[in-house]
Design a protein around this ligand. Sequence first.
Ligand code: AQP
Length: 328
Amino acid sequence: MRIFSGIQPTGRKHLGNYIGAVEQYVAGQQRGDGIYCIVDLHAITVPYDPAQLRRDVYDLAAVLLAAGIEPQRSILLRQSDVAEHTELQWLLMSSTAYGELTRMTQFKDKSAQHEFISAGLFGYPVLMAADILLYRTDQVPVGDDQRQHVELTRDVAQRFNARFGEVLVIPEGYYPPVGARIMDLQNPERKMSTTGGSPQGTVYVTDEPDVIIKKFRTAVTDSGREIRHHRDKPGVSNLLEILAAVRSSSVQELEREFDGVGYGDFKLAVGEAVAGYLAPVRERYAQLRADEPALERELERGAQRARGIASETMRAVREAMGVGRRAG
Ligand code: AQP
């Protein structure tokens, strides 16, 4: 089984990215062949600083390796190193409806945040579809916010196959059972986010343990006393999900364990658990990040392996679409 996912090199990665995505990449290595892609071409669809983008790619490569992506086992690559991603995006544009793209909630949210709305931002979901379909992916581990994009990828692939023949593999989304949508600690009605969150409500993978504990101690809960997962208790429910994810236990077990415990002690317990969970990652990250040439070598090795798979898919796609010289 082939597993593929992309992740943007934008700023520091937060606990939502880590639990909802990165942890799933590491676990995916037990189920199949993983391809994990640092999607720098997605990052340029909103205003950005070129020098910072290069640094962000290395930061993220170090986070992924520190988390447990094994480059001997999985492919870790930088999207822009494999030109087939953008070629396939263009070819898939003709199998994508304009109306579909206008309905993407991420496009609506992001375009409301910026004065200049790039055409790249509009085409973002097609590039994501190309990333996934290029590697004949079976499974895509992502957080809940990417559900709509994965569904679009499936629709585009099905439409392509119906028109040009059975060339593309139809992928399935894979959403973690707990932690698919980690919420902002200060505003538990909104997802923890790189751009839309509150500083105190966003826990970063590289935060110091005391900073993490402080963020949890000040997390918003409610005026009740019960530690229970319920729609009316978004703050407490979020904390229960976070703790379940980092301890690999279930929300129900935790409800029993914390029955009768006060919110203050509960928040401290979650903060300490998260700080302990991220501490080894932060330490390995610091070592790996210090050696940029080694990170670059890993990315180049990953790109070489990825190109082998990508070029085969592109041969089949071009042939089916009647584009370019006839194969063989
Ligand atoms: N709050 C979240 N809970 C669970 N999973 C999440 N993901 C993002 N937020 C949460 C998942 O992380 C992966 C990488 O997302 P990305 O490449 O979009 O990275 P980002 O832009 O830095 O993440 P954000 O926070 O989602 O940015 P904003 O909100 O600014 O657009 C994906 O699999 C995603 O589902």
